[in-house]
Design a protein around this ligand. Sequence first.
Ligand SMILES: Nc1ncnc2c1ncn2[C@@H]1O[C@H](COP(=O)(O)OP(=O)(O)OP(=O)(O)O)[C@@H](O)[C@H]1O
Ligand SMILES: [Mg+2]
Length: 919
Amino acid sequence: MSYASLRPPAEALEGLTSDEFEVVGFHFFIDREHFHTMDGNGLSSDEVIAKLIEMGFQNSSVLEAVKAAGPSFDDALEYLSNYSHRNSRGASSSSRCSTSNEKNLGKRTLSSLPSSGQLRQSSILDHFQSTAGPKKCRTGFLPDALVPVEEHKEDLSGMHCNLETMSELFPVDCPWELDIASDWEKKVVSLLQKHFRYSSLKNFQKEALAAWLAHQDCLVLAATGSGKSLCFQIPALLTGKVVVVISPLISLMHDQCLKLAKHGVSACFLGSGQPDSTVEQKAMRGMYSIVYVCPETVLRLIKPLQRLAEGRGIALFAIDEVHCVSKWGHDFRPDYRRLSVLRENFSACNLKFLKYDIPLMALTATATIRVREDILKSLCMSKETKIVITSFFRPNLRFSVKHSRTSSPSSYAKDFSELIDIYVRKRKTGEKKQTIISEELDDTSYGSDSYEIEDSYTGGDVDEVDSMEENGLTASKGKEMSVEYLENDVDVFQSVDDWDVAFGEFNGQSSWEEGDMRGLSETIDPPSKPEERLRLLHEPLEQGPTIIYVPTRKETLRIAKFLSGFGVKAAAYNASLPKSHLRQVHKEFHENTLEVVVATIAFGMGIDKSNVRRIIHYGWPQSLEAYYQEAGRAGRDGKLADCTLYANLTRVPSLLPSKRSEDQTKQAYKMLSDCFRYGMNTSCCRAKILVEYFGEDFSYDACLLCDLCTDGVPQMQNLKEEADLLVRVIATNCGSTFMDDSYDDTTCTDIKQRRSMEMLNLRAYVSKIRELYQKFVTTDLLWWRGLARILEGKGYIQEADDKIHVQIKFPEPTKLGLEFLRSKGDETFDVYPEADMLLSMNKCTSYSTFTEWGKGWADPEIRRQRLERMRQKPDGSRGKQKQRKSRASRKSRSRKSNKNNSDLRTVRGRIEAKLSKYK
Ligand SMILES: Nc1ncnc2c1ncn2[C@@H]1O[C@H](COP(=O)(O)OP(=O)(O)OP(=O)(O)O)[C@@H](O)[C@H]1O
Ligand SMILES: [Mg+2]
């Protein structure tokens, strides 16, 4: 039995090229070779199911066939074939009956359609069907019809599917709007149930569709995982026209095409990542209902797309992840800005055959108010653009922030011990060993904070790669996977080619997630009521994979190796790794074979796997947008999931290297600064900060789940004396003019000029305070840094430098600050100490005057003053004596540091020995 016997009859294919021939009956393009290799190849039942669905069989029939005939491809096909023959007569007559009963095809009811066992009607057959009579086409709603191929053979004879005849085949003035406007919701629900097994549309999806039906442009702002894709997929199903989706990542396009194919919707993606060069021509002929393109490609295809609009018709241009348009957002992509050409080239005034402008639908989960404005402007969206906003709140996500050095095996051991326990315990029944692992990992008190990994640790890469391969996790070998192979590089989201290279060779070898098979049952409504969220507090996390996001490529490998060393099924993922490896990771992740993916941002946007239980950010993200976007991969099934940020709270984060203009650099610093403040916050619900960042009024008091909601806020402290002192020292240094009543922050330009001459950094002010006030001599810069941020937040000081700094660096007083200084009385200054202040308070460091003296030399201003003082001393000999002493003490410090290094080496040896015990 060959699959060829299930193809449409030869007459039906007359006039088609061989490529077109392939498309008929197959929603997702599969080539011949692919089929040959499948025969008797021992595919898993999931793969057999996926292949049969790709061939065009109904989900339910395929499942039944596999159940009845077993997981053999040939047997299942045989079964389906018999089934098809058994049912085709009945189906066909039922279909005919419905056609004759209804005035036109558009009125065909779902229940009257043949259901299972047959090849679904492909997109090209939709067209053929539509040519059965011009009236039928005019009333649209065709792609939903399930009509056996045989039915159409008379319609097809003599047909030549080429661009010239397209406009005749698909008259563009189809009044489908009239037909579907009346009861479109009902029709959508039946489409939803049939294709996606969802029971209803969500409110925001309805709003977006209503806007599209009214030919309006629409900006959809909805939380990650809320179901934005459906807003642009439904129009294709509803009208039979093509929907063009602009998407930034090939991996994302590819994932969506596979999903659509499984749901019986023909789709393709174009761009340099598309391995089959004929797909583009076919797409431009209208052979796919949904065409995914990257912005670069759509700009190149304007003319063919205009022809497509005239032929089959374009229902909608959807611009997914539209925040990429704005340089005020994260992931800015210059080519997204050029998408404004869509409005001009697909408007009714430029294309005479159009009655209305082809609507634009822009969608994102992470756009601040500024970014939204920029999107509307940059894309030249109409003034009547409908803005559909849902809450950005993800009530089932549990956010927390933890302090970690995040840079060495000692921190890995401390931070990932729980994760290792969870996954290893799950697999091995020997509880005893797991307990030992936890204990050993917890025993990191000796792990020096300043312990630095040396290259030699990762030197034995081949061995380590082997250990990963033993776990079946690595597709690459030897040098390719070694840490040295990679620079300590970051994945910067800039060019689509990075991603194309990484994903271009996916050939649609899909596998099904269990959730897909079970449809709705996998997804639950997230807990919106407070009492439901409170109940979650006592529930353990369900099983599911983890994604660890790290800033550098090198770190993906280090951590993946570390985890797999303990038996966790972990893999690294970054754009520079071999394609085969990335494909493997994607596949295993979706098949639930992998437990942990350690990734850069390359594994971010659009990853739609329902049961991701933990998102760990290991190191500062570059913006809250990126953070929320990546955290949004968790808990898409509506169940409880953890989003933990491990960051070094004692260090101010820096920007990762990337090509940026001056403006972009400023914006990047601003975004990083917001992210830093999110980590430092100790007093406000984390979910509230996140959603308010996107301009939403958080309607709940608190999320009830985040670390601050559950652990509580620190005790408030009255820091009046310290605040007063810091503002005073700053104001005094900045000059008497600042103390003048008439001083205005913004208008005094001469003062601003003077300011730059007098600018001292925060460190210098803290040194001054320590030098001048015995009481504060042992205080820590870390603590003052926190206070300076609080004062800045209250508007008492501001940044004097033109540059934007992540943490206020060159403070100067504001008018409000000066009023604060002048205020007398017993007013208190009650504040919650921020994370760095708490860390500093918990640290029992005593600051010797010598240390302070040494630190002071690092500050140019203090150095200048001290040298000045020394020069003024009558007897230079004491100065020389001091210099000699200081040289001696430097030597002794260097000896000490050598000793510390050797201690560290011993420590590392001990850690390695411990780790090796469990490999
Ligand atoms: N009407 C619906 N009813 C039930 N589930 C739905 C509905 N619409 C979408 N979903 C579910 O939502 C999941 C996420 O959808 P989708 O990938 O479109 O999210 P998204 O909003 O685009 O997220 P992201 O911003 O992360 O890309 C889908 O896998 C699907 O299971
Ligand atoms: Mg999406």
